[in-house]
Design a protein around this ligand. Structure first.
Ligand code: ADP
Length: 324
């Protein structure tokens, strides 16, 4: 392998730039060429490439988003699209690539590998932390800090007005952001898709906390939670059954995906980039770099895609105890 391509794909997350920087500099260090591919698979199909040297990634470790841009690409889902991508990579002399993205991006890479025997390694970049084979995905830690900071601010206004706030956080089908940020921000209740205890229990819990002397409350709702049809319907339900409270909804939205990456994400990205390039140069392929017990590990990419992440049961218990 003499030339490695690197790109970001799908939903962006803080830490992607730090991972790009790491891949580019590891290539420079190990004296292989590196090419940046813009806009993920879309840029691959259009031949939007740029050679990257060690200096091309100066001053990006601290930046959110991705300098290579990200995209969703329909054409890559077709055989013809992937053929175009392959032809472009060959023309450019790229022998292998590192894909930084989520399970959709990994699925595309896996299919590409099967069709063209093209070496690929994945780095998990998503704030949702919903990828099997790693305890942390890039961006998760930053997103937690962002959410906790936002909830701290909401708490100030909630406690000044005796309000009950429902705060919706991201996470797609999993509750990792909700559970961790909920404990970190001292939420009264945390509603996650993995554990639906029903609306009645939520009401009981809110009543109990009011009786125990709490004047305001914060309930974190994961976007994939099904306790109500949606967060607004849940608000109406609580208002109808619990008129004492002034209920408000705050949907944090895309701010959760932005911002300067935390130190943890920067360090993790740097480690993962080194591991990904080294793995390719050792002839490994079809793997995802992950971290477990603070050691980097490689997981077959099909397992990363198909596997389910487990919610931290101990954290659920801690949350229950803290909201006495
Ligand atoms: P993420 O990587 O964040 O999960 P997506 O699910 O949007 O994001 O996937 C990113 C891109 O990966 C898609 O736009 C598409 O180009 C490619 N991709 C996803 N699934 C497939 C598939 N089954 N076959 C080929 N390409 C795919």
């Amino acid at each position: 392998i003499g030339k490695i391509g690197v790109f970001t794909s799908g939903g962006d997350s803080p830490g992607m730039n730090a991972a790009i920087r790491s891949v580019v500099r590891t290539c420079a260090y190990l004296k292989v060429e590196c090419v940046g591919i813009y806009r993920g698979y879309q840029g691959m199909i259009e031949g939007d490439f740029k050679p990257m040297d060690a200096r091309s990634v100066n001053n990006i470790i601290n930046k959110g988003g991705t300098i290579l841009k990200s995209a969703r690409c329909k054409e890559f889902r077709t055989k013809e699209g992937r053929q175009k991508a392959y032809d472009n990579l060959r023309k450019e002399g790229i022998d292998a690539f590192v894909v930084i993205g989520g399970d959709g991006s990994f699925t595309g890479a896996m299919i590409f590998n099967q069709e063209f025997h093209f070496p690929i390694i994945g780095i998990p970049g998503t704030i949702d932390n919903d990828i099997f084979g790693t305890t942390f995905t890039l961006g998760f830690d930053t997103a937690l800090n962002t959410v906790v900071e936002a909830i701290d601010k909401i708490r100030d206004t909630a406690s000044s007005h005796n309000r009950l706030f429902f705060v919706e956080v991201m996470g797609r089908d999993v509750g990792h952001i909700a559970l961790n940020a909920g404990v970190g921000a001292g939420a009264e209740e945390i509603l996650i898709p993995e554990e639906n205890l029903g609306r009645e229990r939520l009401l009981e819990s809110l009543k109990r906390s009011k009786e125990s002397g709490k004047s305001s409350s914060i309930v974190i709702v994961a976007e994939g939670d099904k306790t109500g049809k949606n967060i607004f319907e849940l608000k109406e339900y609580v208002e109808e059954n619990f008129p004492d409270y002034d209920v408000r909804v705050s949907v944090l939205g895309h701010m959760q995906r932005g911002g300067s990456p935390s130190c943890y994400d920067r360090v993790l990205a740097s480690r993962m980039g080194v591991k990904a390039v080294e793995a390719l140069l050792q002839g490994k392929t079809n793997l995802m770099v992950g971290v477990q017990d603070n050691e980097l590990i490689l997981t077959p990419i099909h397992k990363a895609i198909k596997g389910h992440t487990k919610i931290d049961k101990e954290l659920i218990r801690v949350s229950d105890i803290m909201s006495i």
